[in-house]
Structures are given as C-alpha cells and as structure tokens.
Design a protein around this ligand. Structure first.
Ligand code: 1OR
Length: 294
C-alpha cells in the first residue's frame, strides 16, 4: 500500500522522487512483458519493483538500420531492452585510426530480442563504453531512464556482478571470456545451497540448467556408480543442454555445497563462446576407462 511504502526507506516513496509512469496499451504491455521475460536483470525483482520498472519503460521504435542509439563517449541517459531487431556494438580504441563503418572501431558484439545494453554508463557514472547501432530495417527498443534504473535495477545487478566477479574469474571454462562477458553471466546466475547427500541432478531427467560449483564437493553417478568428482570451479549439467538429451548422470553432494545455477536460456545465450570447450571435454561413452577426470 502507499502508506507502507512511504515508511520503507529503501522504497521509491522515501523522498521526493516519483518514478515515471508511462501508460501503455494492452498490446504494448504484452510485448513489453515478453521482452523483459528473457532479461536477467529483471528476474530478481519483487512484484512492486517489477511494476515500477514496467511503468517507467518507454517504447522507442527504431525505424531504420544504421541508427546510432548510443555513441561511445556520450553521457549515459537510458538503459535499453531489445524487443525486436538486432544491434551491433563497436568500440573505438582511443588515439588510433579506427576500422569499421565511419571509423567506429571494432565490432565487439551483437545483441537481439531479450537482450539489453547501455547499463555500464549508468552503473558506473562513466561515458558510454561503446557505440550501439541498429542493423535491421525496423527494431523496437524499450528505454528506462537513468534514475529508475539506478534506484530499482542497479543494486541487485551490482551486487551480483561484484559477488561473482572473483569466482567466475577462477573458473577455467570461462577464462577465455572478456570481463564484460563474465559480468553478463553473473547477472544470470542464481545461488543455491545444498546439504550433504542432496541430489542436484537426477539421471534420466530432462535438463533445464547448468551449474558451476562454488564450494564443497559433489560427485557424478551413473547407475549409482561414482564416475567423477567435482570441486570449486568445476561445472556440470552441460550435456543435456548442449544436445537436448536426458541427464546422463546424477549429481549428488558429498558435503555442504554452494552452486551457481544458470538456466537453459542463459546457458544458450551466454555460453556460446565456450561451447566448443565444453564439447571437447566430452565424456567417453565407452566405460572401459574411467570417464574424464578433472
Ligand atoms: P554503455 O552504457 O557503456 C554502450 O553504452 C553499451 O554497449 C554498454 O553500456 C554495454 O551495455 C554494451 N564492452 C563494453 N560495452 C559493451 C560491450 C563490451 N558489449 C556490449 N556493450 N564488450 C567488451 C569488448 C572488449 C563486448 C563483450 C562481448
């Protein structure tokens, strides 16, 4: 309720700031909900926060390809969520003649539906780190103003990025990724704790998530027989997601365990660059030797 909100110092009601409210049609609301459903920065919001952010977002049609939504070096004003269309990201290294269209620099990435960009300048009060340009004839973005972003979305994103930064740097699988790519993974992770003797994955089940082991020890069992032990920095649960197969083994904890869980969507979207590494460590189906050990 309104009165309860104004008593809560962390909520939007504690000072003169009132979040913007941009009314939306049913159609807009439905499209917006779909666009944010795949965005990890939204998955940790409570109902009130979620509603505040939905109200504050503004639809921004991008009517052509080649439109610069963000220019590197500018001050940050909005954070953007992609509903439709694709956008290329360019980074111009200071002080050199730049390749790319209009000397924009090197293309460092692309983002599309469900993705987002423009958070860095708002989080760090820094100039825009990259230029972002539309590549489709028609795109649709949703823009969130800087203040609502900072008040509602930023805390959890910051905490998560900071919490996981050191750990993700230590994970051998992710060592080839850029820090920014690891930050995006941090946004998408959920921390889960298990006591000793718990089953994290059951052989034969369909796969819905990938796991990084943060602390403790777990083992993989095939038909009840231990085949592999996992420690900090190891990962499991990738096979069922890579090839849409049932879980090939059970994973059971040997001690208290903390894992970072990445859902199927995040796995597909964020771990593409290391897919080959995961496939290279493919397990021997032939059980004459003990399977891959760490
Ligand atoms: P911003 O507010 O600085 C530009 O505005 C946005 O481009 C930035 O937030 C990010 O949301 C997005 N490095 C920096 N910014 C990137 C990168 C990136 N990719 C997307 N953005 N990369 C590192 C390159 C060394 C690319 C990593 C794949």
């Amino acid at each position: 309720s309104v009165s309860a909100e104004s008593l809560n110092p962390t909520s939007a009601g504690s000072d003169s700031w009132a979040p913007p409210h941009h009314p939306k049609s049913e159609d807009q609301l439905a499209r917006l909900k779909t666009a944010v459903s795949g965005n990890f920065l939204f998955s940790h919001l409570d109902d009130d926060q979620f509603k505040t952010v939905l109200d504050a977002l503004v639809e921004k049609p991008i009517p052509a390809k080649g439109i610069k939504v963000i220019s590197q070096g500018d001050a940050g004003d909005y954070f953007y969520i992609v509903e439709k269309g694709h956008f290329d990201i360019y980074i111009n290294a200071a002080g050199s003649v730049q390749p790319g269209p209009d000397g924009l620099g090197n293309k460092v990435g692309t983002t599309g539906p469900g993705g987002s960009f423009g958070e860095l300048a708002l989080m760090y009060n820094a100039p825009r780190a990259a230029t972002v340009i539309s590549t489709d004839a028609k795109s649709t973005l949703w823009a969130l103003d800087r203040i609502t972003f900072r008040r509602i979305l930023m805390d959890s994103a910051f905490q998560r990025r900071r919490m996981y930064e050191a750990f993700l740097e230590e994970v051998p699988l992710l060592s080839s990724l850029k820090p920014y790519e690891r930050a995006k993974i941090a946004d998408a992770l959920d921390a889960i704790k298990y006591p000793a003797g718990a089953t994290i994955i059951s052989e034969g089940d369909p796969g819905d998530a990938f796991y990084l082991l943060e602390s403790g020890e777990a083992e993989a069992l095939k038909n009840g027989v231990p085949v592999k032990t996992y420690h900090r920095g190891d990962y499991f649960g990738e096979l069922a997601l890579l090839d849409d197969k049932p879980r090939a083994a059970s994973i059971v904890t040997k001690t208290d365990v903390k894992v970072a869980r990445l859902g199927r969507d995040g796995f597909k979207r964020l771990l593409g660059p290391v897919e080959e590494i995961m496939r290279r460590t493919e397990y021997q189906v032939d059980a004459s030797k003990s399977p891959v050990s760490a």
